[in-house]
Design a protein around this ligand. Structure first.
Ligand code: PEP
Ligand code: MN
Length: 268
């Protein structure tokens, strides 16, 4: 299999316009769950940049549980993201939920995100496989590691080798956290695959207070990066406020992470 260590022994480093994912440096992606308006987004973007993030996140097409929840600003949101990149120099990661929007999303973003709910949307996986643009493939809510790697196989077998895996918590019987983070997935993926793997402690826990501990755990267990939700005013967020860090807290987490990165022989 193209994702396997047998096929490729050396770790894959995905290059996102000069930002290398899978190398010595732990790459941090941060930003709000969704782009809500220009003011808040640009403000948050500047603050995550200042704290040391490498890549800016934000959803323009939101896969919401309820059809009545905020669905995202679509292309208007992508335009705001592009402006934030212009201002901060940060690279962009944003989700695509429909094959019909892949071309549009790819024309704005630096990394195309496939969300947990679409991990086995095979047509969508094949479509993003036709591009050269890096793809962030989130683990499905109840996907095994094998199923997750097979999803990556769909993308790579179409010709796009730039796949970054993302552990974002799985469904278990536990209800104290939004999902259960599977940190074992990191060493397991590293053993069986050459692909880089990052962790999303925000969607994994659903609670901003737990983000610091799990971010450190992820770096300690060998993750190549993190994707963290940060909002300049979480109480007013239209999506995922309870799990979003304020910029000042994010800064603090970055400082703590630097020490853990150093302890495992990496930089941040
Ligand atoms: C997200 O990152 O915005 C998101 C919806 O995450 P997930 O697909 O992991 O639920
Ligand atoms: Mn979110």
């Amino acid at each position: 299999k193209l994702t396997s260590r047998e096929f490729k022994q050396t770790p894959t480093i995905v290059n996102v316009g000069g930002v290398e994912i899978g190398g010595d440096k732990i790459v941090v992606m941060a930003g709000p769950c969704a782009i809500e308006n220009k003011e808040i987004y640009i403000d948050t973007a500047k603050k995550v940049k200042e704290a040391g993030a490498d890549i800016l996140r934000g959803g323009a097409f939101k896969p919401r549980t309820s059809p009545y929840s905020f669905q995202g600003l679509e292309e208007d949101g992508l335009k705001i993201m592009a402006e934030a990149r212009e201002i901060t120099g940060l690279k962009l990661v944003t989700e695509v939920v429909d094959t019909r929007d892949v071309e549009l999303v790819a024309s704005y973003t630096d990394i195309i995100q496939i969300g947990a709910r679409n991990m086995q949307n095979f047509r969508l996986l094949k479509e993003v496989g036709l591009y050269k643009k890096p793809v962030l493939l989130k683990r499905g809510l109840s996907a095994t590691i094998e199923e997750w790697l097979m999803a990556a196989e769909y993308i790579i077998s179409e010709g796009n080798q730039n796949v970054i895996l993302c552990e974002r918590g799985i469904r278990t019987f536990e209800t104290a956290t939004r999902n259960t983070i599977d940190l074992s997935a990191i060493p397991v993926v590293k053993e069986f695959s050459h692909l880089p793997v990052i962790v999303d402690p925000s969607h994994a826990t659903g609670t901003w207070k737990y983000v610091s501990a799990l971010s450190k755990g992820a770096v300690a267990t060998g993750a190549d990066g993190l994707i963290i939700e940060v909002h300049s005013d979480p109480n007013c967020a239209l999506c995922d406020g309870p799990q979003s860090l304020k910029p000042s807290k994010f800064s603090q987490v970055m400082e703590e992470l630097r020490k853990v990165a150093e302890a495992v022989g990496r930089t941040l």
